[in-house]
Design a binder for this molecule. Structure first.
Ligand code: FRU
Length: 483
């Protein structure tokens, strides 16, 4: 009932981080952390899917799994992929009883993989301060004819239990040399920077990481247990350093919703940078487990860097699956408004509103059928006084809880959004049990899961004073059918 139509999910069992996102043999490949046996985390395999357009995915057999000493404890953790000499090469973390190492596997046909026998970045190549207990998630990239990779891990100096992102360099993917640290920090409880990444959207150096237990701040950032951040700056690949534009220790949240983690980018030959993330958060109840699966990917997003901000837009390929478009002329919302044809839970909604004198405007989504203001739904609303976009699923039909008191709450998420001219531009992707909201052309993104029965497809607009909807289009999304 909750399975998404146009978001990649595991056939059965568990999915977490995207891995090995790349192009090989003319197709996109997306691997993911996978437990084929049960819809909960377990010894990790790499699930595998391929696509021609980043939207419609075809599932392939599991690519790698625990079958050697080096991955015998917890399996094959996250990593990345690159083509070399006609082979699809996976760089991943093996977790043995002794610790974590970077491993290599190769394939000629992109389906069957053979592992190297030994780690390619092992104990002797640990970064300064690294213990090897946490040393994971290698992300490979090419620059100036060489391969580089960033790896997250611990960093213990005197009494500090910190975390770092280290840069390595190689000419052949087999022999790696430590270059230097790109990022260092201290996270509560000895948390680490997981799933680091580096890309150049619009030619700008950007570092990505998923810091565990990053404390929240007054800007309503980092409200989830773990966060995904980006850091614009300048990379010195020769000497191994990263100069952050915002100064040290400052991170920007990539997505302000409740379910987004461990993103990974792919850079296309024409320079397009595409990002995908795990649409979930650790330590939450997962209603889909009753259906035998858990975890999904976000819709891939094109990244650009505009006016000093990272901008995310759903890849344009999604537009090919739009159908059944409902479009309105401009109209006024004053109180609550239902628009004929504006409904659905597998759809793409574009809306531009002039807030005029209103201080609040929003949408009720996944709305239960029938009359009455108290019907279950999720809301996305703009609060002009606090310059905030608020995504609230506390009235959804099925509640999600944070486990072990890991988070204060996981229903309401808030993101700062300044609207100097009072013009709110929104793009919403609904897919049965998910909502991805993009505002201000993609400068703000919020992704949360929302669980509601199939017939909760109502959409309403609301405001506390007259608001002019300038543009409104709702497209159904159909024909994706993930095989
Ligand atoms: C992030 C993460 C990675 C690790 C993987 C294990 O979600 O904890 O650091 O490689 O998941 O499944």
């Amino acid at each position: 009932m909750y399975r998404h139509e146009y978001h990649l999910t595991p056939p059965s069992g568990w999915m977490n981080d995207p891995n090995g996102f790349c192009r090989f043999g003319g197709r996109y490949h997306l691997f993911y952390q996978h437990n084929p046996r049960a819809p909960r985390w377990g010894r990790m395999h790499w699930g595998h899917a391929v696509s021609d357009d980043l939207i419609r995915w075809e599932r392939l057999p599991v690519a790698i799994g625990p079958d050697s000493f080096w991955d015998g404890a917890l399996g094959c953790f996250s990593g990345s992929a690159v083509e070399r000499g006609g082979e699809l090469c996976l760089l991943y973390t093996g977790v043995s009883v002794l610790g974590q190492y970077q491993m290599l596997a190769r394939s000629r046909d992109g389906v069957a993989f053979a592992k190297e026998r030994r780690p390619v970045i092992g104990r002797r190549s640990l970064p300064p301060g690294g213990t090897g207990r946490a040393f994971r998630d290698p992300k490979v990239f090419e620059r100036g004819g060489a391969y580089y990779c960033v790896v997250g891990g611990d960093w213990n100096a005197r009494r500090v239990r910190g975390t770092q992102v280290s840069l390595y360099r190689s000419d052949d993917l087999e022999r790696w040399r430590y270059v230097g640290p790109l990022l260092r920090g201290v996270l509560p409880g000895g948390g680490v920077f997981e799933c680091p990444d580096y890309a150049r959207p619009s030619g700008k150096d950007v570092l990505f990481a998923s810091p565990m237990r990053l404390p929240g701040n007054d800007d309503d950032e980092f409200e989830n247990l773990h966060s995904t951040v980006y850091i614009p700056g300048a990379l010195d690949a020769e000497r191994g350093g990263f100069e952050p534009d915002d100064g040290p220790g400052r991170y920007r949240e990539l997505d302000g919703g409740a379910d987004f983690y461990a993103s990974q980018t792919l850079t296309e030959p024409d320079g397009r940078v595409v990002l995908v993330a795990w649409m979930q958060m650790w330590k939450r109840t997962m209603p889909t487990a009753a259906e035998g699966w858990a975890g999904a990917m976000t819709v891939p997003r094109e990244l650009s860097y505009e006016g000093g901000r990272l901008v995310q837009r759903p890849v344009r390929e999604l537009e090919r699956y739009r159908t059944d478009t409902v479009e309105t002329g401009s109209f006024i919302v004053d109180g609550t408004a239902s628009v004929p044809g504006l409904r659905g839970n597998v759809c793409d909604i574009e809306l531009t509103a002039d807030l005029m004198g209103a201080s609040e405007f929003g949408l009720r989504l996944f709305l239960a059928p029938g009359e009455g203001a108290g019907r279950p739904c999720a809301t996305l609303r703009y609060d002009r006084r606090n310059a905030s976009l608020i995504l609230d699923r506390s009235r959804a039909a099925v509640r999600i809880a944070s486990l072990d008191g890991a988070e204060a709450g996981c229903d309401v998420r808030t993101t700062r959004l300044e609207l100097p001219g009072g013009l709110l531009r929104l793009r919403l992707l609904l897919d049965r049990s998910s909502l991805e909201a993009f505002a201000d052309g993609g400068a703000v993104a919020m992704t949360s899961l929302v669980y509601a029965p199939d017939d909760h497809t109502g959409v309403e607009l609301f405001s506390d004073a007259p608001v002019r909807v300038v543009e409104l289009r709702r497209h159904a999304i159909a024909g994706v059918r993930i095989g």
